[in-house]
Design a protein around this ligand. Structure first.
Ligand code: ZN
Ligand code: MG
Length: 440
């Protein structure tokens, strides 16, 4: 995936050392993702496991990373051997020797040697760390290795007594981004912004949602992004009120809004952007009211994204603005305090205001610790994505019916105001209308 000339193995070596230090003792096993069948004998495009990639930078399937902690930690790779025959069909393989050198491992073995080597590596070790319960086949394999060590008990060999889920340590490591990760995320954000602008220029009544989807994917790919980070949502009119709408098969209609939630994946890192704009290039007065409200909620939420604040503060700020707006628009009756307490706003705003972002679009890391929302720390990256989804109903004012708006940006927590990684994606009403006017 990553261009080999760009590879800086030092950053991966450093991460493996940090994991070894966090483990303190024992052996960690981190397999990459399996290749997956789409149907019959064709595969989905291959995507490595995020934890494995984070620690190795190695993109081939059938690979396992092993870290032996201790005073002199070692990291080992098990990977596919070179094969003149298979490389004709599937392309280049590093093989253990070249992989060890290029990716900075202390040793590397053919993947077929894993079950033979693991019991040796686990002898006299206190703990085995691996993704416990993530995959039944790996669970069974880990038990086999442990039993193989236990069989040597009479020869005086001690087997690990403890199992740990290695993901607990990795989830935390990945939560705070390093400068080189942020550089890739900024680039993923910039490519995704271009995709959204292209979509805005291409939208007009009579086009189909999938035609706009094609524009997004084209723009992502032509700038080198390997994948969309998730399947794009291209939802015209009432479809925007279906939160996970991915059919993208309807025709765009004059007078409707178009909600697009799309971002690319670059070298493993995701961008996640939502924009909502009028199919014909101009917001109606009712659409303008709803859009301005969601934008105000997003600004209020972003103002709360700062080191030292709690995870829920941006969400609570967005909810307060949105609930007041629902009262002003006559979507709700009563007082603001009542709407907040009884959560009546959830009829029109039913999701939370963001999630961690990184190698996974919904990135790793807990949101609560010991029952408390966790505190934001500089270097964390997350989305800020309030919305308002007004389905048709008798008690909803006519002009507001079937309007769905979400505005989503990716932000970096700092000790001051958050950095908006996706800031170049046009967002103000006047900017959107100008861009679409120029395209028409
Ligand atoms: Zn999102
Ligand atoms: Mg999104």
């Amino acid at each position: 995936m990553m261009k080999l000339t760009d590879l800086d193995s030092a950053r991966y070596v450093a991460r493996r050392r940090r994991l070894a230090a966090a483990m303190d003792e024992g052996v960690a096993v981190v397999p990459t993702a399996p290749e997956r069948i789409r149907n019959r004998d064709t595969h989905y495009p291959y995507r490595f496991d995020s934890h494995f990639w984070y620690l190795s930078g190695f993109s081939e399937p059938e690979a396992v990373l092993v870290i032996v902690a201790g005073r002199e930690p070692r990291s080992l790779l098990f990977c596919r051997e070179r094969s003149a025959e298979r490389e004709i069909w599937d392309g280049f393989r590093h093989g253990p020797d070249a992989a060890r050198e290029r990716f900075g491992f202390d040793a590397a073995y053919p993947i077929a040697a894993l079950d033979e080597e693991m019991p040796k590596l686990l002898a006299e070790q206190a703990a085995l760390h691996y993704p416990v319960g993530a995959d039944a086949a790996w669970d069974a394999r880990a038990m086999k290795w442990l039993n193989a060590v236990r069989e040597k008990a009479r020869a005086g060999v001690a087997a690990p007594q403890r199992l740990h889920d290695v993901r607990a340590l990795l989830d935390e490591m990945r939560l705070v981004k390093e400068p080189d990760e942020l550089a890739v995320m900024r680039r993923a954000a910039a490519i995704s912004a271009r995709g959204h602008h292209r979509a805005m220029r291409a939208a007009r009544p009579g086009r189909f949602e999938y035609e706009i989807e094609a524009e997004l994917l084209y723009e992502f790919r032509r700038h080198g992004a390997q994948f969309p980070a998730y399947w794009p949502i291209v939802a015209g009119g009432a479809n925007a009120c279906v939160l996970h709408y991915v059919f993208n098969h309807a025709a765009l209609r004059a007078g409707d809004l178009l909600l697009i939630d799309a971002g690319c994946e670059l070298d493993g890192y995701a961008a996640d952007i939502t924009r909502t704009f009028p199919v014909s290039g101009r917001f109606s007065p009712a659409q303008r009211d709803v859009y301005a409200l969601v934008l105000e909620a997003q600004r209020a939420a972003m103002a709360k994204v700062r080191a030292g604040n709690a995870w829920n503060e941006p969400h609570d700020a967005a909810v307060r603005v949105l609930a007041q707006g629902m009262l002003d628009l006559k979507l709700l009756a009563g007082s603001l305090e009542e709407a907040l307490e009884k959560e009546t706003y959830k009829r029109f705003y039913m999701h939370r205001t963001g999630h961690w972002l990184g190698l996974d679009v919904h990135d790793t890391g807990d949101y609560k610790r010991s029952g408390e929302w966790r505190t934001l720390v500089a270097g964390m990256t997350l989305t800020v994505e309030p919305g308002l989804y007004i389905r048709t109903a008798d008690d909803v004012p006519e002009p507001l019916r079937d309007i769905g708006v979400r505005i989503e940006d990716d932000v970096l927590v700092t000790s001051g105001a958050c950095e908006v990684l996706t800031a170049e994606t046009v967002k103000d009403i006047a900017e959107i209308e100008a861009l679409m006017r120029d395209a028409a």
